[in-house]
Design a protein around this ligand. Sequence first.
Ligand code: IMP
Ligand code: MG
Length: 177
Amino acid sequence: MATVTIKDKSFETYLSEETIQSRIRFIAGQINSDYKDGKPFFIAILNGSFMFAADLFKHLTIDAEICFIKLASYEGMKSTGNVVTSIGLDEDLFGKEVIIVEDIVDTGKTLHQFLPKLVHQQPKSLKIASLLHKSAATVYPVKPDYVGFDIPDKFVVGYGLDYDGLGRNLKEIYQLI
Ligand code: IMP
Ligand code: MG
C-alpha cells in the first residue's frame, strides 16, 4: 500500500484511481438516466470538487450546464454565527433542475447553510452529488442524493481534497494514518 507524506502527516492509499473512476462512471450513468428528459444545471463548489466535477461531466450524455462557485463564510452581525455567501453564481435558478457537486459532505454545515439561498430562487428541483460522504459525522440535516463513497470519519486527501492546501493533485484518495 502506497503512502504519501504531506507536511507533517502521513497518508495511505484508500481509494485507487480505478475505483474512483469506475464509481464516477456509475453515478454519471444514474444521472443520465434520471435526467434523460431534462437539462440539469450543475453547480460545482470550489475548490475541492474540481476533479470530481470534471470527470463526472465527461461521462454525461444528456444536455447539461455547469458553473463553478466559491463559498465564503463570514461572521454574521447577529449571534446566529456564520453566514455563507456564494461567489460566481450569476445564473437565475428559477425552474431549473439543479445538482450541487461537492467533494465531501462531512458535518453537513456548509450545505445546510447554503442550500436555503438556492431554494429561495425556486429551482424546479435541487439535488446533491457528493463524491464522499462521512455519514457518521453528518450532524446537520443534509443528505446527498448521489454519493460516490460513504467513508469513515477519518481525514482524507487527494483527488481535489487538500490538507492545508496541498494534496489536491493526487489521482487517488488517501486516508490519514
Ligand atoms: P462540512 O461543512 O462539515 O460538511 O464540510 C465540508 C467541507 O469541509 C468540505 O467541502 C471540505 O472542504 C472540508 N472537509 C471535510 N472533511 C474533509 C477531509 O477529510 N479532507 C479534506 N477536506 C475535508
Ligand atoms: Mg468543499
